[in-house]
Design a protein around this ligand. Sequence first.
Ligand code: SF4
Length: 465
Amino acid sequence: MATFQDNLPDLTVAPAAAGTGASVYIETYGCQMNVYDSQAIDGLLKRAGFTIVDRDLAADVILLNTCSVRDLAEHKVISRVGELRHRRRRADLPQPVIGICGCMAERMGTDLRKGPRKVDLVVGVDNYDTLPDLLGKLTGGTCATEQRTVTGHRSDAHYVAPPALYPVNNSHLVTIHKGCDYKCTYCIVPYTRGPQSEKSPAAIIEEISGIVSSGGREVTLLGQNVTAYNWQGGMGFAALLEKVSEVPGLERIRFLTGHPHDMHRDLIDTIARLDKVCPWLHVPVQSGSDRVLRRMKRYYTRDEYLEMVTYARRAIKDVTFSTDFIVGFPGETESDFQATLEIAREVKYDQAFCFKYSERPGVPAAKLADDVSEDEKKRRLAELMAVQEETWNAVAGACVGEIWEGVVEGRARHQLTREDGPAWRLRTANNRKVILQGGEFEVGDRLRTRITGIKNTTFLGARQD
Ligand code: SF4
């Protein structure tokens, strides 16, 4: 595990006078880590004198902050580069500088600067502090070819997004570490994001205190594997939760993503004891088969996972679970897949993000034969999603008539009826979404609501005084 610290450079302070006043449009793909990083890039560039715009056609520079987790995600970005260039030609506008940031930059490096869809700039996840200078040079026409690809991991590169820029659904994201040391055999993250490296507790507390003093009340602690947080071997994730809980004025703490292997009883007890920590666990199981879990190198068995779920259900009031599943992992048999369906039925997840296995170059699983056919992967995916829908409908249906408290996150996209005024999105502490119609509220208001129905994964509610 990487340890560093003391005198962490303040990467939110960009080099002086690098900006040229050029306008930048940032498009984000992938996970919440990328959402956070894009906001940090936004802050870095604004400080350096760039203007951030919300339309690609209005920008001198377009940055695509990308994801490498699946093959499809990468293809989407490559075709987006072509589409962005085409839109410029059609609008008869000069071509922008196009840069690729994030995991694709780290994985593909200079390859992204070749071929018909080549881009002008490639900057990996630990090198965003170089952007102001590079964009200054690029828009000024003075950037040498060999300077246009900046990749490689740095343990000291922790970015802090300015609080005003990143309330996401009323919850401010706070990255607490980056990278991952687990090396699950299918996963590209340890290669694109590098080894695990923690932001210091002091830096995290300072960031959260800044969020609270700007009016924020809720944070989501983010990392590839937050439950493995281990600051210099002396402070684990449970102790960090205790410390964050002590921040005056902070009301709710969520976290993403937890690894089932790290969900020890003392961590579960800590979550249960701390009122501010929300009772929602995103604990990706990936497969219900021990054979597949071993091949994925997940460090837990099906029974250990189920025992963790049972313990958490007993210890944490109203706890809910969400998960990720991969179907069609190399060597997955029909009986392995049936074990996955069984675990989905048994745990009764609120949400399950289900994916077909997608081979990533260079990861250990790429050495295994990708022997489940595409048609079979599709069938398994559809069957798993149907089981998830069925179990969710039963869980959600049993909630109708209950009274819950939720926090207003904003206006809903659609009204439920024409007559009853605006509809509002609420989220409960255990991460359930409720739409409620009528009344005027502020983001952050706490409301009691009676559950009246379900629409897909969202509940419908009526105000309860
Ligand atoms: S723990 Fe998560 S991020 Fe780390 S290797 Fe496994 S799947 Fe990837």
